[in-house]
Design a protein around this ligand. Structure first.
Ligand code: DX5
Ligand code: ZN
Length: 223
């Protein structure tokens, strides 16, 4: 499955952090039948971020039902400890935080060695220039547009400039990395984000609190 292809359109990866966790299969079916491209799965360890969400058993259960690639965002200290476990659980894209993995180059190689795609996430306070010497090793850069840990937070405006800088770095270095944005994405900022260079929009509360989540997913990628 060629999950990261030459980009011609904007991808949407709904975050199931805001799904109905008591009836997750129904929301995964909705995503299966929608125009969503990936399924964004937020893993939180209560250390890197204050919150705890879900781990490998939930991902393995989601994988049973999902017909789209699992885009797993690890908000976990020392994520390199769990790379094989997430592969076994069914992750297709594994994103780790720059701030959480000291030997990031080794971590990315280990992710790619399993056959998964490797992403790097940056917190809002982390500057883009920390990517200078690693961007050509990444399949994706995730720009956090809220402080990670919770759904439903307000979009941080400076993220737009960070996305533009990331795009510039990608063009300058010839990196093939895609740009993902995560946090506070709505129909009020989707177009501006794509114009700034975003390839993949993550949206949680905006999708799952809407009256028609499948329609909202399509609306997010329609300009
Ligand atoms: C936040 C998570 C996000 C979250 C986004 O730490 O990484 O993926 O689900 O939620 P919204 O779209 O509601 O900001
Ligand atoms: Zn996320």
């Amino acid at each position: 499955m060629n999950i990261i292809k030459q980009m011609t359109k904007t991808l949407v990866s709904p975050s199931i952090l805001s799904a109905n966790l008591g009836n997750l299969a129904t929301d995964i079916e909705m995503i299966n039948n929608s125009t969503a491209d990936w399924i964004h799965v937020d893993v939180m360890d209560g250390m890197f971020v204050p919150n705890i969400s879900f781990g490998m058993p939930v991902i393995a259960a989601v994988k049973q039902v999902a017909k789209k690639p699992l885009d797993v965002h690890l908000m976990v200290e020392k994520p390199e400890r769990y790379i094989d476990d997430f592969k076994k659980a069914g992750a297709d894209i594994l994103t780790v935080h720059y701030e959480a993995s000291i030997h990031l180059h080794r971590t990315l190689q280990a992710i790619k060695d399993t056959g998964m795609r490797a992403g790097i996430a940056l917190n809002p306070s982390t500057p883009v220039n920390v990517l200078d010497d690693i961007i050509t090793d990444a399949d994706m850069i995730l720009i956090m547009s809220v402080n990670p840990g919770f759904g439903g937070q307000k979009f941080i405006k400076q993220s737009l400039e960070k996305i533009r800088k990331t795009k510039e770095l990608i063009v300058k270095t010839g990196s093939k990395a895609l740009i993902q944005v995560d946090g506070g994405v709505t129909l009020d900022n989707n177009k501006e984000l794509v114009n700034a260079g975003v390839d993949i929009l993550v949206a949680g509360s905006f999708v799952f609190s809407s009256n028609n989540p499948a329609q909202t997913i399509t609306a997010l990628k329609t300009f």
